[in-house]
Design a binder for this molecule. Sequence first.
Ligand SMILES: Nc1nc2c(c(=O)[nH]1)N[C@H]1C(S)=C(S)[C@@H](COP(=O)(O)OP(=O)(O)OC[C@H]3O[C@@H](n4cnc5c(N)ncnc54)[C@H](O)[C@@H]3O)O[C@H]1N2
Ligand code: MOO
Length: 398
Amino acid sequence: MDMNNYLVSIKEAMNLVNTNVLSKKPKKVLLKNALDLFLAEDIISPINMPPFHQSAMDGFAILFDETHQNNFTLVDEIKAGDNNKRTLNIGEAVRIFTGAPTPTNANAVIMQENTSVENGVLNIDDTLTDFKNIRLAGEQIKQKQVALQKGEKLNPAAIGFLATLGITEVSVYPKPSISIVVTGNELVTPGTPLEYGQIYESNAIMLQTALAKKGFTDVTITKVKDDYEATRAALNDVIKQSDLVLISGGISVGDYDFVGKALLELKTEQIFYKIKQKPGKPLFFGKNQNTIIFALPGNPASALTCYYIYIESALQKMIGNPNYSKPTISLTLSNEYIKNGTRGEFLKAKVTGGEVEILGSQSSAMLNSFAQANALIYLEDDVRMVKKGEKVNTYIID
Ligand SMILES: Nc1nc2c(c(=O)[nH]1)N[C@H]1C(S)=C(S)[C@@H](COP(=O)(O)OP(=O)(O)OC[C@H]3O[C@@H](n4cnc5c(N)ncnc54)[C@H](O)[C@@H]3O)O[C@H]1N2
Ligand code: MOO
């Protein structure tokens, strides 16, 4: 691995993530486990839906023609679920209920509010039109037609729709298994008193909940000390076990930053290391066999920014989202900001109404303003300042 000083641009880094992360192999899953996953194949309807001509109302199914438009003879009753496949003669009617199969040649259902019955004869106070209140067999979808196409996202309606067709399993791109590895001698789990020199570990729970928010829950967390052997052993394990490894800290140039060296030792292919951006300059992205690896800078705001900008896209690629792009809008800025340096910047920001405000505490070590942010403003490398009233490119984080 070349831990050199070349910085890729933000655009290059985004492209490299998009081109190097591939979807997982499709897998059959039960429909109830397929929410928000993407179809890996077209779904062909095994049946007509509805499967039979169906009454849309409680009332009477009739067979009329131009000579016979009233005074129908009641000959039967059919309720929902009845296995009664019958026909009518002209001038006949059956009592019928919503969802019941209409007589196969019935040409209208009249809702009961518009009828009266006397001595077995049905009188109608309604206009008669062909197939009034009848849901025709196959009118929603016909057998062998494509119900949903490959690449469609399975929302609850899609899942319901497939269930109406009797489908129980679908082939989808599964979610990745994810390992979060947290490095740092100084880190203590919240709940324990701090000693001098220690801080509370917060990146694991932050990343874990960010993943959970997007439906990624197959996550394990490993904590390692700043020790080369321990780091290498932990990374070796998680790389073997996971589709995606997110490492926090230890990726910079300090004497106790062992992540880069360990990844190299484990024959990880470096795709990039360091981006011309603030925060999150020392972001490492690579592959080891089929495992995608991001080594995130330990500074909490840097780690989370990298998650939103790069890892969310990688996750969408992994689950086969065919057309994902980060939700971006151009908004009017409500305050001014002077940018130092030539790195592109992602600024914690708050969108209210049609405007966006750059928040205070932009330090990559701080989360206090990030906690109130719902957006990241992207300023390109060559921007020096942005003024109130200017339009800025804003990524919505939700
Ligand atoms: N000589 C240089 N030093 C540094 C550079 C540089 O280019 N040259 N880059 C700086 C930048 S920018 C960043 S970002 C950090 C990244 O360093 P590491 O990824 O090696 O992260 P650590 O040193 O382990 O931690 C940085 C910071 O974050 C705190 N931290 C780490 N993990 C957690 C956690 N899980 N929960 C809460 N806080 C965490 C850690 O205590 C440090 O304060 O390097 C700069 N240095
Ligand atoms: O790149 Mo570091 O993430 O700015 O603090």
